[in-house]
Design a protein around this ligand. Structure first.
Ligand code: ATP
Ligand code: MG
Length: 554
């Protein structure tokens, strides 16, 4: 039996709301602005919003927060939908804040009629000077006392395109001395003559975040509107507008943004990495985007597990990337097919093995799988092993291959190294070895115990593949808080390419939806750059946390 996890603070609130009968079911929404690709921070918000409605009964809407016409693109909308689905969630409705532009306009008119909004002709600079400071009250705008009729007329003319950008705004009439600066007559609508990705040129005035978000929540009857901590000061305005408009009372709850170390998680910064070509694109496997980690081979299961483990908090903190990698390894260990690939080969010649002989070695696809299946791996006289698995003058306790020393070749035989052949420069070109025929794996009668087991491939059967090895994109834990530009801290060695690695033949038919463990090398997946001309693999994650060990040594 798994241990019952205690509820987080949002779950406690919801449980209470259901118990008290305030709601009979709940509704949440995930509200991305379509101005970039989603990242792991969004993944945590997705898992939270969709997870809550799943757990407590109800639904989650996918709502594109597309009130800013100049930065939003359809490409982003499509990628966001793909990412949410890939994470394993299905929304009830696909909605756009722009769907509500007519309703929001009517709400604004209602505010004017209530005497709670006015058109201001002040420039943004003038407004800023009149705003005051946290310790000093602001000043009323000279346009604050306009009559309702005049405001109605001006607002309509704003909508009709009679005025240029920045010449007028619609502001709420609240209190210029309010202790919450956001309540000092916030701007509700601004003029922006810009083409919108969905409404085209219909509008030249657009609602501000505060005049759109809570109202959209209300229209959709969202019960729990969950956002990140920077919106805490907005809550008062959120509630004020809902109260004055007398619309469905959605409620806002805040949790801490999730960040991960050794990376950056802001669309603006990620866009810079893409535009300035520090990475190949939004889906570069080193990117913390959902499309990046997907291409890298992370699984939706492991990401959901990670988001679940980090949970929600009320205070900002940075989560260790090691925890994410741990979750990825945990899942991949269960599902990955074991394969052998030699990255940097040295040839082994078995002098007592017949030249034309080929044996098919039987090897488990995955020992963790309850229904174990096998594959066959061709074995012959000439093999490749990893160059680093041989040492001519080994230290004590070196259990790999060395002159006169024995090792087991995985799923095959025990071999002993008899002779080292070198070229004119002294580079080792061949290891002449003998194999022990009675030591065949599964039928070993040799009674010899060896401590090292090496991976190998048969030279004439091996397939050449490209392998891409990734490291952290940044050298420091929190690049955004360092001095200077965050891009100064990019790890220049974050990508290492092995142009020709030698793989066992089973990898010729590698599939995109399969995951592989290259024995002793890490977890890998097929990359989209693979073609008829060449197969490319990404290393998803190493087998153990080698980074931590390197850090200790340094
Ligand atoms: P960015 O700063 O990367 O542009 P954003 O908050 O502007 O992020 P939105 O598209 O507005 O991005 O966010 C959609 C939802 O995802 C919001 O509810 C937002 O609060 C949430 N979100 C964004 N980043 C994180 C994060 N790092 N951790 C948790 N939730 C996040
Ligand atoms: Mg935003």
């Amino acid at each position: 039996m798994s241990e019952e996890k205690s509820l987080n603070f949002l779950e406690e609130i919801i449980e209470e709301d259901l118990k008290s009968g305030k709601y009979t079911s709940i509704a949440t929404r995930f509200p991305p602005e379509p101005n970039g690709y989603l990242h792991m921070g969004h993944a945590s918000s997705i898992c939270l919003n969709f997870g809550l409605s799943k757990k407590f009964g109800g639904f989650t809407n996918l709502r594109f927060d597309d009130t800013n016409p100049t930065t939003e693109e359809t490409e982003y909308v499509e990628s966001i939908k793909e990412d949410v689905r890939w994470l394993g969630f299905e929304w009830k409705n696909e909605l756009y804040a722009s769907d509500y532009f007519d309703t929001l306009y009517a709400y604004a008119v209602k505010m004017i009629r209530l005497g709670l909004a006015y058109v201001d002709d002040s420039t943004s600079e003038e407004m800023a000077t009149m705003k005051g400071t946290p310790t000093e009250a602001g000043k009323d705008s000279p346009f604050r006392t306009r009559s309702i009729e005049e405001n109605i007329d001006l607002f309509e003319r704003m909508k009709n395109g009679e005025f240029p950008d920045g010449s007028h705004t619609l502001r709420a009439k609240i209190d210029m001395a309010h202790t919450n600066m956001l309540m000092r007559d916030p701007v509700l609508y601004r003029i922006k003559h810009a083409h919108h990705h969905r409404t085209g040129d219909k509008w030249c005035i657009y609602p501000m975040y505060d005049m759109a978000h809570g109202q959209s929540d209300s229209i959709e009857q969202i019960t729990h509107s969950i956002c990140t901590l920077e919106f805490v000061p907005h809550r008062e305005l959120y509630d004020w507008l809902i109260e004055k408009l007398e619309i469905y009372p959605s409620h806002q709850y805040e949790f801490a943004r999730r960040n991960i170390n050794y990376t950056v998680m802001s669309k603006r910064k990620l866009l810079q990495l893409v535009n300035e070509k520090h990475v190949e694109g939004w889906d570069d496997p080193r990117m913390p985007t959902i499309s990046g980690v997907r291409r890298r081979g992370y699984t939706p299961e492991s990401i959901r597990d990670f988001c679940d483990r980090i949970g929600v908090a009320k205070r900002e903190n940075i989560v260790d990337i090691g925890l994410l990698e741990f979750c990825v390894r945990e899942h991949l260990n269960k599902i990955a097919l074991r394969r052998m690939v030699v990255f940097d080969p040295v040839k082994v010649v078995l002098t007592n093995y017949d030249e034309d002989k080929v044996e098919l070695m039987h090897s488990e696809n995955n020992p963790e799988d309850p229904n174990i299946t096998h594959r066959e791996i061709p074995f012959s006289r000439e093999l490749y092993i990893e160059r680093e698995d041989f040492m001519e003058n080994p230290p004590k306790k070196y259990f790999r291959l060395a002159p006169g020393q024995m090792v087991r070749l995985k799923s095959a035989y025990i071999i002993r190294c008899d002779e080292v052949v070198k070229d004119a420069e002294g580079k080792i070109t061949e290891l002449r070895c003998t194999y022990l025929p009675e030591s065949k794996s599964g039928n070993d009668t040799s009674t010899i115990k060896v401590k090292g087991t090496l991976h190998w491939v048969s030279v004439s059967h091996a397939v050449t593949v490209e392998v891409r090895l990734y490291d952290r994109l940044f050298q420091v834990e929190d690049p955004s808080s360092e001095e200077g530009d965050f891009k100064d801290y990019i790890n220049k060695d974050s990508l290492q390419v092995v142009k020709s690695a030698y793989a066992e033949p089973a990898l010729k038919t590698a599939k995109f939806d399969e995951r592989y463990q290259f024995i002793r090398k890490g977890y890998f997946c097929l990359d989209k750059d693979s073609s008829e001309d060449g197969v490319v693999f990404n290393r998803t994650v190493t087998l153990k946390d080698t980074w931590a060990k390197e850090q200790q040594k340094a």
